[in-house]
Ligand binder design. Structure first.
Ligand SMILES: Cc1cc2nc3c(=O)[nH]c(=O)nc-3n(C[C@H](O)[C@H](O)[C@H](O)COP(=O)(O)OP(=O)(O)OC[C@H]3O[C@@H](n4cnc5c(N)ncnc54)[C@H](O)[C@@H]3O)c2cc1C
Length: 438
């Protein structure tokens, strides 16, 4: 059964740039646009900014650089440096790449507030209203009910490409990687761990042979990542078959993820020296989603570009993280293939990277919406690389700046001079080694 539901709703504000979703990509876009003097509204469905890195408890940053160059220059560099300044000496000594969620939350709050972004937490964007190929209003839902925000330009930082898909951009979503409910663990004795350097994967295989702990023998165990003196973030347990766009599927896997945690606690206590007293402190408020829609833009960045270390005239950044596609089943053969790709065939040497063209941020069929973050226009393999947080800062800041450039020139997302966009990105610290000054 279905029925027509209509409601008159208030247009609460009219802004230059609306950013949907406040993960790494959305935050970067909002910061850049607000600092360039635009009025920016940032709607985030959860209680804090940061997406997977805070609500999802993803514990560490992957690569900011290629071993020679710092690729996530600009907002990525600023966040990395400021976060490390906030860490106590002991936390910093424990991990420079760790991103403790509470520090991240406060850092994002401060930067966004100082930049003058209009912030709305616990606010879901639920629909769009279009005129021609442009989104004119974003329909939001929050505790106060439904309301609309009018915007000239829109950045989709939802991770799932919600805005682009609802507005009519094509997307791909075939077999997707499993999700993971990340977790926080305390009471770890890292001194003892260092004195007894057992291999976690070998111990996991032992535990599978011994039996009695795990319900599913999943050989792909990313493990515990140290983030503080006695604390680690867990990236453990796969939600096979999850559909990020179906709340029933997400509900089922959140419950299953929480149910799995005592198994990991028992494994670490028994098999990993230093973890005898390890205790689960928390699981993520958000299910960890690695992959859902990939929005199709004017260019689809693919594995051939990765292999070619591609250079593009319109590149807005370069990135290098290996192709990291978690197998969709707990199958040792698939895991062996994953290890080969992640460790060898899909991995660069020092100083190597691929360009990210501006056209991966411009969704087909849309004139005033840019996409940023893990759902930009790529094939599956490339998504397995660009999806990590430093990559999302790169595409987020470029989307935010492109929105500004379009507004300043009074044009749409395709009417801008990409050379000028690149110059503006260079001015905020982006890494664009192939830029040729006119
Ligand atoms: C289990 C797991 C482990 C990972 N490990 C690492 C790692 O070790 N290092 C690393 O760098 N990266 C890691 N990643 C990848 C990385 O965390 C994400 O890909 C990255 O955060 C994506 O950034 P994003 O801004 O595109 O989206 P997200 O971080 O997903 O943020 C999207 C935000 O938008 C909000 N949102 C979504 N839809 C709406 C809507 N309709 N209205 C309002 N708000 C909305 C969400 O609440 C969320 O806050 C991992 C990811 C997962 C799932």
């Amino acid at each position: 059964m279905s029925f027509l539901y209509q409601k008159k709703i208030e247009v609460r504000q009219s802004v230059d740039v609306f950013v949907a979703g406040g993960g790494p990509a959305g935050v970067a876009a909002a910061l850049v646009a607000a600092r360039a003097g635009k009025s920016v509204f940032l709607a985030e469905g959860e209680a804090c900014f940061g997406g997977m890195g805070t609500s999802g408890l993803v514990p560490v940053f992957m690569m900011f650089g290629d071993g020679v160059n710092f690729l996530a220059g600009g907002i990525g560099r600023e966040i990395f440096d400021k976060l490390n300044e906030m860490k106590s000496p002991k936390t910093l000594a424990a991990s420079r790449m760790g991103c403790p969620a509470e520090l991240m939350k406060r850092l994002y709050d401060r930067l966004l507030t100082e930049a003058g972004v209009k912030l709305s937490l616990m606010t879901q964007v639920v629909d769009v209203v279009k005129e021609g190929n442009s989104v004119k209003q974003l329909i939001c839902h929050a505790k106060s009910g439904f309301f609309a925000i009018e915007a000239k330009m829109v950045v989709d930082g939802t991770g799932d490409g919600d805005i682009c898909a609802w507005a009519g951009a094509p997307f791909e979503k075939e077999e997707t990687m499993p999700g993971t409910l990340c977790s926080l663990w305390g009471y770890i004795d890292y001194e003892r761990r260092q004195q007894n350097p057992v291999n976690v994967h070998e111990q996991l295989m032992r535990a599978f042979e011994d039996g009695g702990i795990f319900t599913v023998n999943d050989p792909h165990h990313s493990g515990m990542f140290r983030i503080d003196e006695h604390t680690a973030g867990g990236n453990m347990g796969h939600a096979f078959g999850i559909d990020a766009l179906d709340e029933q599927s997400v509900t089922e896997h959140l419950i299953a993820g929480r149910k799995m945690m005592p198994e990991f606690e028992a494994f670490y206590k028994k098999y990993i020296p230093g973890f005898e007293n390890v205790t689960l402190l928390q699981t993520g408020a958000l299910m960890g989603i690695r992959e859902s829609r990939r929005i199709m833009g004017d260019y689809v960045l693919d594995m051939a570009d990765f292999t070619a270390r591609a250079v593009f005239d319109d590149e807005i950044g370069r990135y290098c993280y290996p192709v990291d596609i978690h197998p969709s089943k707990p199958d040792p053969k698939l895991y062996a293939a994953f290890e080969k790709e992640f460790g060898k065939t899909g991995r660069y040497g020092k100083g190597e990277s691929y360009g990210i063209p501006y056209r991966t941020l411009t969704p087909r069929n849309l004139d005033n919406v840019l996409v940023a973050g893990r759902c930009i226009s790529t094939d599956r393999k490339l998504q397995g690389s660009v999806r990590v947080m430093p990559g999302c800062y790169i595409t987020g800041q470029a989307a935010g700046m492109a929105a500004c450039e379009a507004l300043d020139k009074g044009t749409d997302i395709r009417g801008i001079d990409v050379h000028v966009l690149q110059k503006r990105l260079l001015d905020i610290g982006a890494f664009l080694p192939n830029f040729k000054r006119a």
